[in-house]
Write a protein that binds this ligand. Sequence first.
Ligand code: HEM
Length: 502
Amino acid sequence: MTIMLVSLILGAFAALYYYLTQNYKYWQKRGIPCADGALPGVGHMLPAICFRTSFPELFNKIYNDNKNRSMVGFYNFTSPSLLVIEPQLVKTVLQTNFASFNKPIFPIDPDLDPLTALNPFALTGDKWLAARKRLTYAFSSMRLKILLESVKPVCVLFENYLNNKLSKTEKIEVELKDLFSKFTAQVVAGAGFGVDGYCFNEEKENLSFQKIGAVILEPNLRTKIATMLIFLVPSLNKIFKISFVPKHVDNFFRTLVAELMEQRRKDAIPRNDFLHLMTELEKQDGIKFDVELLTAQALSFVLDGYETSSTVMSLVGYQLAVHQEIQKKLREEVMSVFKKYDGEITYEGLKEMTYMDQVLNESQRIIPTIGFQGRICTEEFELRGSDGLICRVQPNTEIRISIDGLHHDSRYWNNPEIFDPERFNSENKQNIDRFAFLPFGEGPRICPGMRMALLQIKAGLATLLRKYSLELSPKTKLPLQMTPGVILASPKGGLWVKIRQL
Ligand code: HEM
């Protein structure tokens, strides 16, 4: 009896083991090398699901362990996935053969997240094309000049806020992500919806847009679990049914857009914000007014633009606090441009801040805000690596790209661990491999908000640098370590600096 029971248990374990590992010969059978260490059921994802390492770090490790190959297989739980390593294969996937790799890796369930499912990040086919067309227009040069008019008052509020804080004391200690989130959330409220975001108003903190945005993307436990389930194990999320955007935030945006539209119908005053533009474009395209689509587009301004931009600003602020000589040089540029334009922030002036572009690029190279990307193969395609590896990628195979890996690869960057904005000066930038530098992605799905992001980031940083200086606070935990379980780069313990009036 005991022998039978033991045999049964052993048999069950063997069957389970077989079931959980049956796919793990997939890459071997195709002659493609596979990353070491696949575990039954979880494949290579254990460090990420235990929150031991961040997603970018996970792909960065696979990249570095297989650096001399053009590509390497790995297992996302039991699904065979491919990490492309060579920039020329990255180009094939993101750009040249986009038709075979056009599906994004974010499986949003429209029943759980109806608004996020309409975000271009998650769309494919004609719906994606239409959404992109509208966004490309929304961020054209002509439109950016208009949007800058909504950014300028935020710069004034930002400056007043800092002046106020520094009127009673010589220096203040702040966490940069928190500080810049106030700025970008206030921009989103004004430029996106034409409303006050109350981000610099401590009396109305509860109503602040910063709080609303933070609920969706801040690295707390809910975000980590939601990210894990939605992006890594969507099959399990069919049971847990966790939405990416919490229900009350979904409701907040639906109510906000409905109320604003009602008010606008009554007063019929033309506005300059994103919401107004989207309404106009829908009319032009002959789309029947659809409040769901409009709310989704407005929410996309928050989801895609607010947290990414404040993360970039905080990482740049950190680099400036560490590299005082670069901060000084950048301030000189900012001061000379302000002088030329009578102390005003202008579209032309921001364009002329080319050293600022170098610093932004270098900061995004050394710590990219989004450290990995991916696509799902939509039709069979043969990838040919320069090392002779040939992979016939099957539909539904997930392709991943390690942005962190590419940005720190000494084959494309001299002394990659050194922060040096001169890599991006007019002479040196000619030598950069476009597909080894991907802070905003590349190809037909390249970030459509890039120019808007850079505009507000440059305006915010210029406002800060012209009157204040930054120095690193000992509260910043060095070396920086990224918080696991979230998509955007988020240093553990935050980026603390001391700010003084010049
Ligand atoms: C500095 C801030 C930002 C960074 C670092 C950033 C980065 C990125 C990256 C890496 C992608 C993926 C590209 C790809 O898959 O190849 C992306 C896509 C996207 N971004 Fe941004 N982004 C930023 C700001 C913005 C802003 C301000 C908006 C709009 C308000 C925006 C809207 C989008 C959208 C809609 C997509 C999806 C595009 C598509 O799949 O067609 N982003 N962004």
